[in-house]
Design a protein around this ligand. Structure first.
Ligand code: NGS
Length: 279
């Protein structure tokens, strides 16, 4: 399959390699046409092999190391469904991964960009070369949707049930995105200025072009997701102003490099590493 040519094979320098074991193989996963029902993950879930939300296959040496960053606030019912589903899904992919839940613990309006920036910084400290930015309300369905980076940034959640499995607009970059840690740094990460719903992902999309990065997607049959429903967040009425500002004044003015000081507390749980933000 042609998607193989796009894959960015890179392991973390922290991954322990076993000389007696072969490199993992990904052919079968990429060719699978299995779509995993959500109930199956919850029914068959076992946390064996997971430590602090981190996992690596036993029988082979993974060729990919991936940090999955999930921004979070007040969505505990979603987390209960997301955790068994995502681990059950990922443990079959022969990759080395670690799941980070980055929680906004204050009472202010949700600021996804700050949560992403803090999460990526934490994951880079753990030497992950590849980052997946992941909404907590999206569940991957296709076994072939390999959770790894490609050479170009990749929009992974291209075919969601709530949009009747079509892409609402070509520049949509919200939901689930994979990109190299170095690319995240090059585009200065996410804006810190968006609060509430809307626009922050579009601003993120606009950051690619000045760095000559193209967004790619895998075929729709590999990109199906189920969205969990929830009430809308507070809509950000300033979103178009912030987007225009950033576009006009440059993305170096607002992002990873200008992350406001936040106190981040790391704690460890079997199913995830928790980064708690409290200001
Ligand atoms: C656009 C928003 C994006 C959002 C997308 C899908 O209109 O932030 O809808 O939203 N852009 C602006 O508001 C400028 S969704 O239906 O998934 O909630 O991601």
């Amino acid at each position: 399959q042609h998607v193989e040519a796009h894959l960015y094979k890179q392991r973390s320098s922290k991954l322990v390699l076993h000389k007696s074991k072969p490199d993992c193989n990904y052919d079968e996963i990429l060719k699978s046409n299995y779509s995993q029902p959500v109930w199956e993950a919850t029914r068959n879930f076992s946390a064996n092999g997971l430590v602090n939300g981190s996992y690596a296959p036993e029988h082979c040496n993974a060729l990919f190391s991936v940090a999955i960053i999930v921004p979070f606030k007040n969505r505990h019912r979603h987390l209960d469904i997301f955790l068994p589903h995502i681990h059950n899904f990922l443990m079959k992919q022969n990759i080395h991964y670690r799941l980070y839940i980055v929680e906004q613990q204050d009472e202010k309006i949700f600021n996804k960009g700050i949560l992403f920036n803090v999460g990526v910084k934490t994951a880079m400290g753990h030497k992950f070369p590849c980052i997946i930015l992941h909404d907590v309300d999206l569940l991957p369905l296709d076994a072939s949707n390999l959770y790894v980076c490609t050479n170009d940034p990749r929009h992974m959640s291209a075919s969601i049930d709530k949009f009747r499995f079509t892409l609402p607009y070509e520049k949509l970059m919200g939901g689930v995105v994979a990109l190299k840690a170095e690319q995240y740094v090059a585009i200065n990460g996410y804006s810190n200025r968006f609060q509430g719903w809307g626009g922050e992902d579009d601003d993120f999309f606009h950051r690619l072009d000045p760095q000559s990065l193209n967004l790619i997607r895998f075929p729709a049959e590999m990109s199906h997701y189920k969205a969990l429903i929830h009430p809308r967040e507070v809509i950000n009425v300033n979103r178009f102003d912030i987007m225009r500002d950033n576009f006009d004044y440059g993305f170096e003015m607002d992002g990873l490099s200008t992350l406001p000081h936040v106190s981040a507390r790391i704690s460890y749980h079997p199913l995830f590493t928790l980064v708690g933000l409290n200001n």
